[in-house]
Unconditional design. Sequence first.
Length: 271
Amino acid sequence: MTQERPVQKRTRGRRALQHIYLPPDGQDDPELVIDARHVASIDAFAGVALIGTVEHHLSLGGRGRSAKLLVPPGGEVMGRFCTMLSSPPKRCKLEFPQGQTAPVKDGRVLLPAVRVASMEEADALALFLRASSQRRQLGDVRLTGKEAATLAEALPALVENGLAHGSDSSCGVVVCAALESDNREAQLVVLDLDLRAATATNPLAHLRKAWARSRENLGGLYYITESAMQRDLDVSLQLKTGSAAARWRGRFNSDSADFTPGWATGITIHR
């Protein structure tokens, strides 16, 4: 049996996390098809949501389980979509429209959405992200040394949090980084699908405690914001788990939001 999930036309920001789909375990639904043919815009939040969903599906039982991503037909969005999802896991493939030639790679995708299994991998990806964000080919949107260092330091810090606190995540820890398609902002998003925080009795209180704990113990979340401020960068931090969401940009605000399984953290450098 095939399960098909559509992707909305505009798939960006924390609303993209609504596309996370956790198919139930079972022998009767071995194939998952994610239909992105109508997508007009996509960002790093969408990248982790789609790969996280695929990784969850493939982690379930049953022989012959597979996944397929239907690619937007042609144009700039096709290149961005294929670049962002250019490292799909095994048993997952990108399906192109009939007769479509290979898309042009989008250099603004700094790190395609990928699962990170260890801190060694996280450190290697941080080096890659630092280098890819400062390539000359990016022209006037390339990151400065301070901006690149901020993202490169944030990646392992956030992965470490995911590996430590999201050990039951069915997708492991997924990361993605990209420059926004319509402005100069740089974005890094990290996701795990450990449901314990998302389904806590009070997710909003859980999220606020996590931020307070990070401040008290100089944890990764707080370090990222302090480091950015020391470099005189305009940075925002977005947190999302369960029915709670928070944002820091000079000050911390939190409120109720649409449900998201797992925990997602987004770092944006406003330029």
